[in-house]
Design a protein around this ligand. Sequence first.
Ligand code: SAH
Ligand code: SF4
Ligand code: F3S
Length: 437
Amino acid sequence: MKKVYIETLGCQMNKSDAERMLGMLECLNYTETQNPKEADLLIINTCSIRKLSEDKAYSAIGVWGKWKKNRPDLKIAFCGCVAQQVQKDLFKRAPYVDLVLGTQRLYELPELIKRIEAGERVVSCDETPCEERTEIKRVKSVNAWIPIMEGCNNFCTYCIVPYTRGRERSRTPEAIIEEAKKALKEGFKEITLLGQNVDSYKSNDKDGNNVNLAELLRRLNSLEGKFRIRFVTSYPTDITEELIDTVIKLDKVCEYFHIPMQSGDSDVLKKMNRRYDKETYGKICKNIRSKIPDVTITSDFIAGFPGETEEQFEHTLEAMTEFELDYSNTAAYSPREKTVAAKWVDKYISEDIKTERLARLNKHNQVCCLNSNKKFIGSTLEVLVERFDEKDGKKIISGRSRNNKMVHAEYEKDITGEFINIKITEAHTWHLLGEVV
Ligand code: SAH
Ligand code: SF4
Ligand code: F3S
């Protein structure tokens, strides 16, 4: 048995790719190790969403390259979104790398590993997706991530993803349902459907029927057993009335939407090439909230987009409050090569101002989160238990409610994977505390 160490940076799509890589590698007699120093094969799944994540990827392989001097048989694979961008140019910078694997050639891994084991150096970064394989070694947890679509056609002016993940493509409903059934059989209690724009999922089943996200949810909901279904990430204007109604109707689909807004200012949104303005985004949130009372709506925001004025930035803070966003991911704008906004150098916001705006954004996010959490004091939430810890002599279970709130409660035994009702007694910024009822 050989040993493989996989380091995964970036989003859930990369984490899901890592589970697929491990599945394929097990068939080649590799076992996973958590210790990179004892591995025969080192893999890094890279992310290029911001410069910082790209830098992390290069510094990791720099360290591995040094190990290789004493261990010439060690193999190094550079995969994911940075790989898709640099392709063969990586060898100029890191000649010790054996394999550069692009995002759309994931399932070619077994053949490529055999080639590097035979001493070849290989680059595979074509934009023609290869046929899927079904081997997956999922991370032990209660939640199984299932990609349903990949890629993006939106070309927001700040974003590298359309260049690293290619154009939108949806998997067939049959492949997704097969994977869901398998995960449920293995004991997973929650299925999270994954896509860069999950709500633009569009496929045909084998009988030629059109299947959109709402229809896919209906088919998954009809699978047997008690489990939950979630989906991320939604593009605001692709959320249809049919989708909202489906979430209301289906018992397994959770009351949770992740709908990145990016900026609370309509002019900035236009420059970002987002297909909505502040009012439209607000209407979408209001509509969802009026139909689904306890729904959680989370978002992403960028601080310091080129040309963003102080006033425009304040519109973002106002939007977070006005639309009662329950939680937001935040980031300072990072110029990415190839993207349109990166060329607006004369409009760049200084690092100092970006840092200052990001700090204010984060502070405001904390206020919004706490306010959101306070709404649940006194109510009883159904929690899917994810973990059990013993801290300071106390035994604590932790898990998420249907609307994605992290809840902790004292409980005498480990019931990971079970559903339990918890009455909320305290609200904190990032979690709720309660008592099992
Ligand atoms: N498809 C999703 C977002 C995927 S990228 C959507 O359309 O909303 C994840 C998040 O990274 C984005 O929502 C955005 O907030 C952030 N992001 C993307 N490019 C960025 C950049 N150049 N600088 C800072 N943050 C960025
Ligand atoms: Fe990036 Fe925009 Fe596509 Fe989201 S929709 S992945 S932010 S280009
Ligand atoms: Fe990063 Fe690629 Fe995901 S750029 S955020 S790993 S799609």
